[in-house]
Design a protein around this ligand. Structure first.
Ligand code: NAD
Length: 482
């Protein structure tokens, strides 16, 4: 995982941009709210300009054959509605937030004031290359920061789009894009940014955290992991299978919150598989030409990931797993047929590593009380899904597991409610994206106590200490919670 060193040209360029932004950060931080909203509205308008959208759709098709409808749904639509959410709330978010002042502090007003952190670094992944770069970016801009954005090298066409798009909207002293791989990221991480927002794998997340520690930089880590999808017998099995097949194969399974593996009651396994198979045919083979010919299914991002996913399947089959649906592959086309895999166990890599591809291993259970042990032996997941109608069972599962986000009787909707923050727990991440919580990641929430009238009672406890100070202090501490 250690990265080679960036060239001296790259380092010089990064140092030049950092110095430019360092000089400009105080002015950006003082920019009025209406100016920030104007910038965000221009951003929104450009993103929805048909010329820019066509350029983006073409780039994403070149990178991994993403369908323009999926490109709109997962990248442009979500970012647009999130910008609207910020514009609607920014005056409120940036207003001083009044807090209670205890009685002994009579005469003081207490409040929290969001101020920009200053210079922000955003490192984003390839799987939703625009959404996961632009959502933190618009939060950082709204909060009044300068930003250096490093998109993923794996979606080279989309990263070039991001660079051109942002260069048309911002001066590099406010928002700059630095393209490059792990070496470039390593060079960026040496600089004393005030906040780093990283979206990617837990393995690289640890490198980011260690690098941030050197400068005591605050971090937001949006990571991944194995997100389970539980199906209880009271669920509508046909509908659950249809929704799960859509969620698992949206972006061809390359989604951080995709159901990674299913935990299904043994009594509903057969109907679930039949409905899942039917759903796959309806989504990707309605014309009978074969799933591989479908233009609604993106490809695996590259050969390295193709080999990784393929070896997860091979390892499981070697150790006794059985394919119930799909599983064919074509290396030259970076195609792996959506698959459901049964008879999996804990010795298999597929039950250990995040799959991030079109394979769905299924574990069965008999009693709901078995489920927490199946899930909790792995690191805490980013998402956990529960399908069922029995509220008592759902409550039990919520109480006996943990996850960054849980959706009951639906899938993947995490990014669709801007009021609810997204984020992981420990191995699946720390800090939050979206909503006020996501915006707050880019702010220092300064506590302010402002005495505007009455002189302070502090005089009563000044030295030399005697009986009076002792008596006053004891009463003050008793009164503080009234
Ligand atoms: P990755 O960790 O390999 O790369 C992410 C970014 O880190 C890229 O920009 C890459 O250039 C950079 N990077 C790679 N190696 C580095 C190093 N040694 N030092 C510094 N930077 C380095 O992740 P990925 O393959 O792009 O994305 C897939 C992962 O991201 C999955 O684990 C997925 O679950 C996770 N993810 C999480 C979320 C979320 O919101 N929590 C969203 C999308 C993806």
């Amino acid at each position: 995982m250690s990265a080679a060193t960036a060239s001296s040209d790259t380092r010089q360029e990064i140092a030049r941009i950092f110095a430019l932004q360092q000089k400009n950060a105080p002015a950006v931080g003082l920019s009025p709210i209406h100016d920030r909203i104007k910038k965000l509205k221009n951003f929104r308008a450009a993103l929805n300009d048909p010329a820019w959208f066509n350029a983006l759709a073409e780039a994403m098709h070149l990178d991994f054959r993403k369908h323009p409808v999926e490109a709109y749904a997962s990248e442009v639509g979500t970012t647009t509605s999130y910008i609207d959410h910020i514009c609607k709330n920014l005056y409120r978010w940036l207003s001083p937030h009044k807090e209670i002042t205890p009685l002994p502090l009579l005469g003081i007003t207490s409040y929290l004031q969001c101020e920009p952190k200053g210079q922000v670094l955003i490192i984003s992944p390839w799987n939703y290359p625009v959404l996961l770069a632009f959502c933190p970016l618009v939060n950082a801009i709204a909060a009044g920061n300068t930003v250096v954005l490093k998109p993923s090298e794996m979606t080279a066409h989309t990263s070039a789009f991001i660079r051109a798009f942002l260069a048309g909207l911002f001066d590099e002293k406010e928002v700059a894009v630095v393209e490059g791989d792990a070496e470039t990221a390593t060079a960026l991480l040496e600089l004393p940014f005030h906040h780093i927002h990283f979206t990617g794998s837990p393995a690289v997340g640890k490198i980011i955290m260690a690098a941030a520690a050197r400068n005591l930089t605050t971090i937001t880590l949006e990571l991944g992991g194995k997100s389970p999808a539980i199906v209880t017998p009271s669920a509508d099995i046909a509908l659950t299978a249809q929704k799960m097949a859509w969620a698992k194969h949206f972006n061809n399974g390359q989604t951080c919150i995709a159901p990674d593996y299913a935990v299904i009651h043994e009594s509903v396994l057969d109907p679930f598989i039949q409905h899942y198979k039917k759903a796959l045919t309806r989504y990707f083979n309605s014309d009978g030409k074969g799933i591989q010919q479908s233009d609604s299914l993106p490809r695996v991002i590259n050969l390295k990931h193709f080999k990784r996913i393929h070896s997860l399947l091979e390892d499981a089959l070697d150790k006794g797993a059985k394919v119930a649906v799909g599983g064919q592959s074509d290396e030259k086309d970076l195609y792996i047929e959506p698959a459901v895999i049964l008879h999996v166990d804990e010795s298999m890599n597929i039950m250990d590593e995040e799959i991030f591809g079109p394979l769905l291993p299924v574990v069965t259970y008999r009693e709901v009380s078995e489920i927490p042990a199946i899930i909790n032996r792995r690191p805490k997941p980013l998402a956990l899904y529960i399908a069922g109608k029995k509220r008592k069972e759902i409550r039990y599962l919520l109480q006996h597991t943990t996850a960054g986000n849980t959706i009951i009787n639906d899938y993947l909707l995490g990014f669709s409610n801007p009021h609810l923050p997204m984020g992981g727990v420990n191995n699946s991440g720390m800090g939050r994206s979206l909503g006020f919580a996501g915006f707050r990641e880019f702010c220092n929430e300064r506590s302010v106590m402002d005495r505007r009238f009455l002189s302070s009672g502090l005089k009563l406890v000044f030295p030399p200490y005697g009986k009076r100070a002792n008596f006053v202090l004891r009463w003050l501490y008793r009164l503080i919670n009234y």
